[in-house]
Write a protein that binds this ligand. Structure first.
Ligand code: PGA
Length: 250
């Protein structure tokens, strides 16, 4: 049984004060079991999140990190330091990082290894552009991104990791992939993992859908066989909306 995940991705939003206000608003209201609630936040907000998560059923994610533990890399965030702080996950390969910060598949693979080595888990993002979808190249592109991201990762490590399928045309646009479209690609990703590893590993990896997930569509998406959760941008920033998503089973 794969435990469902609702993971917020705040992107470059909220300062530490706003983070405190958000956390006060959700205190005592997250599901105690049955769902893993995660918030991915900017580095400056992570201290508040990790303190909060000591007493509350919330897991924490950084939105990026570097692949070296320490050194002369001005402006980067160390995966070892994130792990020392108590972070659980790091989001890697988000399309915004690929597009605006020229992150390559090779960087993402190195980051995945660095995160796992530091006892955290990667949330590996993938997804196609509208042009790729319309020209029938989406499956090849997305499975290629996954194959490159997981190179050299053991089956045990991959089984614990998380993949997020986020079609670029559905991110922040209000245009959600239909639940069937999302299920179809998430299934293709699982099959790809089965072919690279084995059926058991593929069965354990949690694969999320992301792209305009909101309280109004989360149930339908979650009803699909292969979809194990959502990576949520816009709708994760308001406490009521995040709580509605995290409590989707109620
Ligand atoms: P969105 O963002 O929910 O605002 O579409 C999703 C994401 O980029 O992870």
């Amino acid at each position: 049984m794969r435990t469902p995940i609702i993971a917020g991705n705040w992107k470059m939003n909220k300062n530490p004060q706003e983070t405190q206000e958000f956390l006060e608003a959700i205190k005592g209201k997250l599901p105690e079991s049955g769902v893993e609630a995660i918030i991915g936040a900017p580095a400056i907000d992570l201290n508040a999140l990790t303190w909060f998560s000591k007493d509350e059923p919330l897991k924490t994610a950084a939105e990026n990190c570097y692949f070296e533990d320490a050194g002369a890399f001005t402006g980067e965030t160390s995966p070892k330091a994130l792990s020392d702080m108590g972070l659980d996950y790091v989001i890697i390969g988000h399309s915004e990082r690929r597009q605006y910060f020229a992150e390559t598949d090779e960087d993402i693979n190195k980051k995945a290894h660095a995160i796992l080595k530091n006892n955290m888990l990667p949330i590996i993002c993938c997804g196609e552009t509208l042009e790729q979808r319309e020209s029938g190249k989406a499956e090849e592109w997305v499975t290629g991104q996954i194959e490159n991201a997981v190179k050299g990762i053991s089956d045990d490590d991959l089984a614990k990791s998380v993949v997020a399928y986020e079609p670029i045309w559905a991110i922040g646009t209000g245009k959600t992939a239909t639940a069937d479209q999302a299920q179809e690609m998430v299934h293709v990703i699982r099959e790809k993992i089965a072919s690279l590893y084995d059926a058991d590993t593929a069965d354990k990896v949690r694969i999320l859908y992301g792209g305009s997930v909101k309280p109004a569509n989360v149930k339908e998406l979650m009803s699909k066989e292969d979809i194990d959760g959502g990576l949520v941008g816009g709708a994760s920033m308001d406490p009521e909306s995040f709580l509605a998503l995290a409590n989707f089973q109620k």
